[in-house]
Write a protein that binds this ligand. Structure first.
Ligand SMILES: Cc1ncc(COP(=O)(O)O)c(C=O)c1O
Length: 458
């Protein structure tokens, strides 16, 4: 296993270190400049951080404040920022060739082959891959390919899901801000309850509930009068990301898969946020015992450069027409080389980043769970590997979410203590621990300790 000393060398020393209150003068000026020229629709607009320099699991803002990065660019920098092997890959490939349009290139072929090798069971060695720049592109294409393959048009997704914000993907996503006022989004999407056990929509308790939410998928797909008469695919995150780092029991997914098979539609695993080793396995679906028919990936696979893909069972290709899904920037050779290097690092048995994510994740969850006994603002702690959700509540008994604005205030306090950690979830009250898998243990524990200290005030 990679040593703590080696990991520490990948990050800035002695984080966190604050030189001024956030936002400092330079960040404030840049934010003003951004507001003049950039559209306000960008993500994280209200978050007063402008990153200027990143190293491993640490980042510096434009004023020189040094943070521990518990966000990894929203689960993107799996191996940290500016990993020496990634920089070497960029130097190596940028001098050879980068853009080749959708005409393929050797690196792209190599990447599709490597992706096939690391896919979960069901797809491994029996798949094709189409490459993109963003997770949304991959999900849009999953909708199209599943429609073409099955000859059906409807898609089933889940409450709390985030699959992107284009007219197809926004129809699958349930966050109000991402849907409201943009319609019409694509029709024919049904949202079913996700197994959010902490806030069970049926007010039941696992395992006594007998996983009713999973059974409900079978009910919708395989009984009459549920309006699911033309379903091409069910798309599901094995651990919800934006929906609140919710990690359902494996039976939920097994019931969905069985219902899909009975009905004859495809099971699409959206691994854009949970994939690339984050949960301690290469793919979060591998915790569930389900063999997906399609898998969308992105974020952590590309890391410092954008790369995403849709990987699907080889036989699904029979229904597709040659040249029917072109994309100008797809499979950029530089992005492919970086992605290949990322996969090698994540999979490297000597570094054991996934095993480490499991162990470090368990340790962090243990500390947060213990803190829950005295810190009344912590309602729930959940997740797998380094994809941990800490749900903040106003009342542990009633599970009432905090007043609007409270979690933003907590995030600001954390920022001023040098910790970048962002909330997500239905009520914006779940702090997500998603640092690079290369975060030094002492940095991860320091961030956890600071989080607990701040939550004690609530
Ligand atoms: C599960 C999931 N799917 C799809 C997407 C969309 O990816 P992108 O923002 O790269 O388009 C995201 C982004 O957060 C995601 O978390």
């Amino acid at each position: 296993m990679i040593s703590e000393a080696e990991l520490r060398a990948l990050s800035f020393e002695d984080a966190p270190q604050m030189v001024c209150e956030v936002p400092g003068p330079k960040v404030a000026a840049l934010m003003e400049e951004s507001r003049k020229y950039e559209a306000l629709t960008r993500g994280g607009g209200g978050f007063p951080v402008i990153l200027e320099h990143g190293k491993g699991a640490t980042v510096k803002d434009a004023d020189g404040n040094l943070y521990i990065d518990m966000a990894a660019g929203v689960a993107v920098n799996a191996v940290g920022r500016g990993h020496p092997k990634i920089l070497e890959a960029i130097r190596r490939q940028s001098g050879v060739i980068m853009h080749t349009t959708d005409i393929t290139n050797p690196k792209r072929i190599q990447l599709a082959k490597r992706v096939s090798e690391v896919m979960p069971e069901g797809l491994r060695g029996n798949c094709h891959t189409t490459l993109f720049q963003a997770g949304s592109d991959a999900v849009e294409t999953a909708i199209k390919f599943s429609r073409r393959y099955t000859g059906c048009s409807q898609i089933i997704a889940f409450q709390g899901a985030y699959h992107g914000v284009w007219c197809g993907t926004a129809a699958l996503t349930t966050g109000y801000n991402y849907r409201h006022g943009w319609g019409p989004l694509i029709p024919g999407v049904q949202h079913l309850p996700y197994a959010y056990c902490y806030r069970c929509p049926f007010n039941m308790t696992y395992p006594a509930c007998d996983v009713q939410c999973g059974k409900y998928v079978d009910y919708v797909l395989n009984t009459p009068y549920t309006a699911a008469d033309d379903v091409a695919a069910v798309i599901v995150e094995a651990q919800q990301g934006e929906g609140g780092y919710v990690a359902p029991p494996p039976e939920f997914f097994q019931l969905i898969k069985a219902a899909c098979e009975k009905y004859g539609c495809l099971y699409v695993a959206d691994e854009v946020q949970a994939g690339a080793g984050r949960t301690g396995k290469m793919w979060a679906v591998e915790h569930t015992g389900v063999k997906p028919d399609m898998l969308t990936w992105g974020k952590g696979m590309g890391g410092d450069l954008p790369m995403a893909g849709l990987t699907f069972r080889a036989d699904i290709e029979a229904g597709l027409a040659e040249g029917s899904q072109p994309s100008t920037f797809a499979g950029n050779a530089l992005g492919c080389e970086v992605c290949l290097t990322n996969i090698d690092l994540i999979q490297d048995p000597e570094m054991d980043l996934m095993g480490r994510a499991t162990r470090l994740g368990e340790e962090i969850r243990g500390i947060l769970t213990e803190a829950m006994k005295t810190v009344k603002a912590i309602g729930d702690v959940r997740g797998r590997g380094l994809m941990i959700g800490c749900e903040v509540v106003a009342d542990q008994k009633t599970k009432q979410p905090p007043e609007p604005g409270v979690c933003g205030e907590i995030a600001m306090k954390l920022l001023n203590k040098g910790i970048i950690i962002t909330p997500c979830g239905r009520y914006g009250n779940v702090f997500r621990f998603m640092p690079p898998l290369t975060i030094p243990r002492d940095y991860a524990l320091k961030a956890t300790e600071i989080m607990i200290d701040v939550l004690k005030e609530y």
